[in-house]
Design a protein around this ligand. Structure first.
Ligand SMILES: O[C@H]1[C@H](O)[C@@H](O)[C@H](O)[C@@H](O)[C@H]1O
Length: 607
């Protein structure tokens, strides 16, 4: 497509006029209008193949809960081994996300995505063929290494190839694929849960399919033009840019990127490792604090405990059948997925800042509702009425109510009910090898019969479960459009090119580290503070997150990546006050400068 503007001179005059009178709100330069009018299908294709990395992230972190139900029986896994198989992946992801920054800057985005999908494929193969638990552990660690690299590279790649008006939406698609992966994983878990022998091989191994698809797809896809320019491969960068903009006028975009790289070289000059340069340079230091803070608060809002705890919440609500619980857990991840779709729709309409703030307010209120539900359940917890002689002399016999009994990980509540009332209840030790049964007595019976008493491990029967259930659904409905995707989206945008890989590596690393911390400590926190205490604590953390976002998160919607650094030039907690329109102004002047004399260094009049 040829340049819509006949002569550069005329274009410059137009732009000059605009910069004098200031841009009409929401207006964009001509080239951006060009892009908005027709976004080439190729950009969507790039986003799709990259977001398969997000899908694998979601699938591999989600599938393990269902696989574990079968694995623990088939391989006779102890609690320690179960915990190892779950958290080794997240731990490996934290390490590889942190080191991915270096790889990303050195090898480029494309190679890193290829490496991640290759690792995913190998990991999937190891898992599906594993003869024993040690090989399983190797497979889970391998998959974790892939997740870490993908989680920090994919959002960066998508952000760098997207036109500004679609960037938020396309990067948020990656988060949609994460929750989509978690949803598909729960459906696969449900489908193969009927296959008690080797069903887990299919659950864990199926990830090879999207991994291979991504691997072969990416062979034909281009490197990020921004990375190419940074590495001095100007000709190739120009080629890729015009390929992904389908022949639209790319001069402005190309010059803006080139100028900003030159400026960055001056600004962020000085040697030393990139992380030290980031910390020394005010705007990047503030961006890093915002990026890492967002990722930390995403995990501290308790998403993974809510997801993990959903099965227990459902059990409290009276769903006792394992298979039914698995399918209902799929409904939970479907809710997470569907509401992420709402986020994709909203991100370019309301902007990142409002979306995150709205999401946090709703998330906080839902957590408070969850806590209130747990509080009412605890206050009305059924008493222990039977005290059978306990030959093991465990602490379980000392508890007077279900609440106290279930907070002790060694004990469970054994009871009967007639639909309205709990009776004949006792607190006894759980079986060491499988908490599905009591160690002895009425609830140790493994054969299922209608008149068997009910064994409640980790939960208590309550008539307030509907409050908890409502809290759970509202939580996901509010978390998924904002706090789920925005930390990933915002991080892909806020760092200048030289700091982007390392900035994203650090923030993704923080996300994974807090993911491990929160999920590993949840049961201990609950034991210490009770469940309602734990959820009130998460509510408090969400209030802190709200203050942080209110003070420090600027709006990045509609800006070119090269303009975003300007948002962080002021003091840290005044970021929220810079509006996108202030910065659009900077953008126009920059465009004017590069239009007059593209080869000149007139970019110096930019700021
Ligand atoms: O953005 C994602 C998403 O919200 C997932 O549901 C959650 O499991 C991840 O930890 C998070 O990073």
């Amino acid at each position: 497509m040829s340049n819509r503007v006949g002569s550069r001179g005329q274009k410059a005059v137009d732009d000059g006029e605009r910069s004098l009178i200031g841009p009409p709100s929401g207006d964009s330069p001509d080239s951006l209008l060009d892009q908005e009018a027709s976004t080439p299908i190729f950009v969507y294709l790039l986003a799709f193949f990259s977001a398969l990395g997000g899908f694998l992230f979601g699938y591999d972190t989600g599938v393990v809960s269902g696989a574990m139900l079968l694995l623990k029986k088939e391989m006779k896994l102890s609690a320690l081994w179960q915990e190892l198989l779950v958290s080794s992946t997240v731990g490996a992801a934290a390490l590889s996300a942190l080191s991915g920054g270096f790889l990303n800057g050195w090898l480029g985005r494309k190679i890193c995505i290829l490496v991640a999908s290759f690792i995913f494929s190998i990991g999937g193969l190891i898992l599906s063929l594993a003869p024993d638990k040690v090989v399983l552990l190797v497979g889970r660690i391998t998959v974790g290494l892939g997740i870490g690299i993908a989680s920090m590279t994919v959002p960066v790649y998508i952000a760098e190839v997207s036109p500004p008006h679609l960037r938020g939406q396309l990067v948020t698609i990656n988060s949609l694929f994460i929750t989509g992966g978690q949803f598909i994983a729960s459906v696969v878990d449900g489908a193969f849960s009927y296959m008690s022998h080797d069903g887990w091989r299919y659950m864990l191994g199926l990830s090879v399919v999207p991994a291979m698809l991504q691997f072969f797809g990416f062979f034909f896809l281009p490197e990020s033009p921004r990375w190419l320019l940074q590495k001095g491969q100007c000709q190739k960068a120009r080629q890729v840019l015009s390929q992904i903009r389908a022949g639209q006028n790319i001069n402005e975009e190309y010059d803006t990127i080139r100028l900003s790289i030159e400026e960055e070289d001056k600004e962020a000059g000085g040697g030393g490792p990139v992380i030290l340069r980031i910390l020394r340079h005010g705007p990047t230091r503030r961006a890093l604090i915002v990026g890492c803070g967002l990722q930390m608060f995403q995990q501290l809002s308790g998403i993974n405990t809510v997801m993990y705890y959903s099965a227990t919440i459902l059990q409290m609500a009276g769903v006792r059948d394992d298979k039914q619980a698995i399918w209902l857990a799929a409904a939970t991840s479907a809710t997470n997925f569907v509401f992420t779709l709402v986020g994709v729709w909203l991100v370019e309409r309301v902007g990142r800042r409002k979306l995150t703030l709205g999401s946090l307010i709703g998330t906080g209120l839902s957590l408070a509702l969850l806590a209130i539900g747990f509080l009412l359940s605890a206050q009305n917890s059924p008493p222990v009425t039977l005290h059978p002689v306990d030959f093991q002399n465990s602490t379980c016999r000392l508890y007077g109510s279900c609440e106290l009994c279930m907070l002790d990980p060694d004990c469970g509540f054994c009871y009967r009910d007639n639909g309205t009332r709990v009776f004949d209840s006792s607190c006894v030790s759980a079986d060491q090898t499988s908490t599905d049964h009591a160690a002895w007595g009425r609830c140790s019976n493994r054969t299922e019969a209608a008149d068997n008493p009910i064994w409640a491990y980790n939960y208590c029967p309550t008539s307030y479960s509907w409050i908890v259930l409502m809290g759970l659904i509202l939580y996901l409905a509010f978390f998924a459009p904002g706090m789920g995707p925005m930390p990933w989206t915002v991080n892909s945008e806020i760092y200048p090119l030289w700091a982007r890989s390392v900035g994203n590596a650090c923030s993704a690393g923080v996300n994974w580290i807090f993911n491990v911390l929160v999920s590993l400590t949840f049961l201990h926190v609950a034991q210490f503070l009770t469940y309602y205490g734990a959820f009130f604590m998460y509510t408090g953390l969400v209030v802190l997150a709200l203050l942080f976002v209110l003070g420090c998160l600027p709006e990045t919607q509609g800006l070119q990546l090269e303009e975003i650094e300007n948002l962080f030039t002021g003091p840290l907690c005044s970021c929220g006050s810079s509006s996108p329109n202030d910065n659009r102004h900077v953008h126009y002047i920059r465009v004017k400068g590069s239009n007059y004399l593209p080869s000149d260094n007139e970019g110096s009049d930019v700021e």
